[in-house]
Design a protein around this ligand. Sequence first.
Ligand code: AMP
Length: 386
Amino acid sequence: MIVRSFTELALTPAMLEAIAAAGWAAPTPIQAGAIGPILEGRDLIGCAQTGTGKTGAFAIPAIERLAGPGSQPGAAGPRPSGGPRVLVLAPTRELALQIAETFDLLGRARSIATAVLIGGEAMGPQLAALARRPDVIVATPGRLFDHLERGTASLRAVRIVVLDEADRMLDMGFAPQVERILRVVPLDRQTLCFSATMPPEVERLVRRHLVRPVRVEAGTAARPVARVTQVLYRADARDKTPVLLRLLGEERGRTLVFTRTKHRADRVARAVQAAGHRVARLHADRSMAQRREALDGFRNGRYRVLIATDIAARGIDVPEITHVVNFDMPHTAEDYIHRIGRTARAEASGLASSIAAPEESDQLRTIERHLGHPVPRQGAAAATGR
Ligand code: AMP
């Protein structure tokens, strides 16, 4: 059955209202495929990258099972021992905050309380959030693990576990924490795993911790969205900044620029600012408050340009990014596809420009081999006007 409308899914009127209030007219493919099986209590593997609506794909049914009027068989039900019943693990703080926002958005009418446990923030407010007896915990593995060690969070009542961006969590070295967290969550839970790619490590994780999972694929990272126009500029390392400034002058829309390191992000941001653009930075050396300010400012238009490193930008959701610039080439084809997938969201089209120095030829070759075609070249001279 192909689900074309949220009303075809077994959702409560309260949820349909919340979805309508969010402005979501129809389910995305991953939502259409995942919501039904999750409502039925099945374990699930969702092959989907950020931007496909995957957060809604698990938040909608998870909230239904939490708040369900008891009509959902095996629903999370009343909490005998108390404590959060939904646990979401995510690789980065930004992604965790966005997931929590989605739970708040869709669960507000039913007073679903969410606690966010992420690294880099003070313990105090997190302890206060836990004291309010949240229904949902959204956490990065490291910080949740700290809470478990200190005995400040309990997972005894958890009925649904979501591993979001599992590939990235494992890439970031969180496997030991994820494993240990999964061991303390009750076994008769429902486990959902979302991942843009399915490398062997993710398959192993899934084999160990999911029971007869349903697989749903939508918008996998195998191919970039066709609506993104890709362009490549060859330039010596020292000419990259002029090429970028020229591109910023030509393309007026909201622009996300990726650099290889935090240091380079800072340096490029200074040059872009000096050229008169409103620019913000997003990388791991910035405080949580600074990152929020950067993201909010980029979303609301105070900044037109955001300069970011891969990890900081992973999962960020900013609609209407019309241009993604790879100031430095990413190391893997997956990262390339993730980066350029930040543009052309929700039916719009977008432009992805890459600036590759001769030293980056290997990376470029890897990416083009994966894409199965070369990225169309533009002369760097044309871009710098020389
Ligand atoms: P995600 O892939 O979960 O990060 O979602 C990407 C963006 O799509 C977010 O801004 C969501 O608010 C939005 N979104 C999620 N589901 C829908 C839907 N069914 N219709 C329209 N927008 C949606």
